[in-house]
Structure formats: C-alpha cells, structure tokens
Design a protein around this ligand. Structure first.
Ligand code: NAD
Length: 341
C-alpha cells in the first residue's frame, strides 16, 4: 500500500515537472525558479534510480523540452505561429553536475564506457549561457532555415527572426552539402532591464529573466519586434561533422570563429575532471562581471572520436555535462518590481 502511494507521488512529480516544462518552454513564463525546478528533477531522478520499473516514457528525465502531446500540438502544429521543422540530427539537452563529486563520477563513467581505468581525458570547457538553443541549416553553403530545439526532433521555424541578429554568416565556403550549426540565442542583462523598463512604461510584458526575454523575443510573429530587442547569439556545435576534417571540440570553436560565427570568449581546454573544476571555479569568480546570465560550465570530451564512442542517452550526450553554478541570490530591482535573476 505504501509502495503504491510512493509510486503515486512519483507520477504526480512527473506531472508537476511537465507543467513547469510547458510554462517554461512554451509560454516563456515559469512559475518556479530554476533552482527549485532542478531540485524537483533531482528528486525525480533519485526515485527513478530506486525504482527503474516506474519510469514512464514521457518522464522529463527521458525527454527534451516540453515533450508532451500538448507541446507537440502547441509548439509544432496548431497553435504555434511557426512552421514545424525537422532537424537533420537530433538536438539534445545536457545532464547536470552540482558538485565536484558529480564531475568525478562523470569521468569515471567515461572510463567505464570506454573500457579504460583511471584515465584523465581532455575536455573543452565552455560557459553555459542561459538562453535558448538554435539550429541553423546551410544547404550548399547557403543559410536556408533556422529552428528552435523544440522536442529535439522537431523545432519551430524562426528563420526570419534569427536573421535580424547580427553575427550569423549567410553564406559559407567549402562546407558539406548539408550543415547544421548550433548555438545559443541570448539577451544581455542590460538589454533585459531596458526592455522591462520600457514594458513597464507602455504596459507590455515584463519578463522574469533574460532567458525568458530572449525566448519570448525570438519567438515573435513580427520579426521587426525581434529586431528591436538586440538579441545576440554564440555558436558552439555542429549537427554533424561528417565531411569536415575537424577532430576536436576545441578545433571546432576555432573553425566556427574562422567562418564568421560568434563564439564565447571564456572557453578553455583542460585535462582531467580536476582541471575542469578549476575552470568552473574561475567562472564562478568572474560571474558577476559577465554581461549575460550564465548558469554553469559545460564540460565536453574534446576528441570527436571518443564522443562518438560514448554516444547519447535518450535526452543528453554521455560526453558532456553541465556543471551548474550555485544558486545566486542576486536580485535586480526594477522600479517597484523585484525580479529574480
Ligand atoms: P539545460 O539548459 O540545462 O542544458 C542544455 C542546453 O544548454 C542546451 O540545449 C543549450 O541550449 C544550452 N547551452 C548553453 N551553452 C552551451 C554550450 N556551450 N554547449 C552546449 N549547450 C549549451 O537544458 P534544458 O533542457 O534546456 O533546460 C533544463 C534547465 O532549464 C533546467 O535545469 C532549469 O534550469 C531550466 N528549466 C527551468 C524551468 C522552470 O520552471 N524554472 C522549467 C524547465 C527548465
């Protein structure tokens, strides 16, 4: 009987998190802070580890974004003003680390999957900017479309809106016939405050944080509104490296810069999980100076051949992890409204 009520608790937690996903991904209007959300997800993961037979197919631990029937209907078909677009290669999320021990476990897991023992690996460490991911598709070097991540398989066509953001090459030379370049669209803290102050004055939408403001601004029916919002974008991945001679994540960042893509300047190549924790601490120290909201470091196995061997789970790569920053108590006070950032 007790077991039943535990399982009921599990199912209600699934529902609760799905509701938060809808609010966050579809309405850009979350009810709880990211830290509270992450805590619910930790509880869900722990219940699933103890009771693997309880795991439901649409559990938020198994899916990307707001992957529910309603999301499919809303975001991808009926109620979305944007046409659905199928990504050539699936877009995933990232698993999280919350302390150094999690990062050590990450490297241990890599050793286990690769059949090595106690080996340290090279990682490219990057800043995890808090925005929304975008997939830009090039055909024969020409930019054809750009889509949001959606449920990882199908996203929303935001091409016209994305083209209003500077720093995105329209044409590339010497690339494979089909190329997907991926990055993060974001809004600076300064622009977020300006936008909210303006909304306050004119009675428009006040956004909860820069991430929601970026998502709401990119997903506008009228591209001229997006253009007025001063969004920015950083690129950090390709959908596939087939047909290119890039061997590592570090070289990919150089390749992207060489082809005119904006990249984040805070990246660093390190060896072993301990050096990765040093990078993470350095980023925490510098965090107050960042002009953008960043919610962690992303630690990626550097070599692509090893990434291929490690592969993916249903929602995230096994070769990368997001090491989250500690919860920030900082608050931005905007006239008489207080906004958690
Ligand atoms: P995520 O944001 O934790 O991590 C994956 C994303 O990181 C990628 O899709 C990409 O967009 C981004 N990213 C930024 N920089 C990157 C880089 N250098 N390399 C690779 N990826 C990079 O995953 P998610 O699935 O988009 O969202 C989950 C998180 O969103 C939660 O942990 C929580 O913080 C927040 N969330 C909050 C609520 C809420 O109600 N407050 C609801 C849902 C999600």
């Amino acid at each position: 009987m007790l077991l039943m009520s535990n399982q009921e608790h599990y199912l209600s937690l699934v529902n609760e998190i799905q509701e938060h996903n809808r609010r966050y991904y579809l309405q850009d209007n979350p009810l709880v802070s990211d830290a509270e959300y992450d805590q619910l997800m930790r509880e869900l993961r722990s219940l699933e580890e103890q009771h693997p037979d309880w795991i439901v197919k649409d559990s938020p631990t198994q899916t990307v974004g707001a992957d529910t029937e309603e999301a499919a209907e809303h975001a991808l078909l009926a109620r979305s003003p944007f046409a659905p677009i199928q990504h050539l290669h699936r877009m995933t999320s990232l698993d999280n680390a919350f302390d150094d021990a999690d990062l050590q476990s990450f490297e241990d897991r890599i050793n286990r999957v690769l059949g090595t023992s106690g080996q340290t690996y090279h990682y490219t460490c990057e800043l995890k900017i808090d925005g929304l991911s975008i997939n830009v598709h090039y055909h024969n070097g020409n930019l054809i479309w750009a889509a949001t991540r959606g449920n990882g398989v199908i996203g929303e066509d935001v091409t016209q809106n994305l083209l209003t953001i500077p720093g995105i090459p329209r044409k590339l030379e010497g690339v494979p016939e089909h190329l997907e370049v991926r990055g993060e669209v974001f809004m600076t803290k300064e622009e977020f405050l300006r936008l909210n102050a303006e909304a306050e004055e004119l009675g428009g939408t006040v956004f909860k944080n820069p991430r929601n403001a970026a998502a709401g601004s990119l997903r506008q029916k009228d591209a001229s509104i997006t253009a007025s919002r001063k969004l920015q974008v950083n690129f950090y991945a390709l959908g596939s490296t087939e047909g290119l001679s890039i061997q590592t994540q570090w070289d990919l960042l150089t390749w992207l810069q060489g082809h005119g893509f904006q990249t984040n300047p805070y990246s660093k190549r390190v060896q072993g999980w301990q050096e990765a924790t040093d990078y993470h601490r350095e980023m925490i120290q510098q965090r107050p100076q960042f002009p953008v909201d960043a919610d962690g470091s992303v630690i990626k196995v550097d070599r692509f051949d090893l990434q291929n061997e490690l592969g993916f789970t249903s929602r995230a790569p096994r070769w990368a992890i997001a090491y989250k920053f500690p919860v920030e108590e900082a608050r931005t006070v905007l006239r008489d409204i207080t906004i958690n950032v």
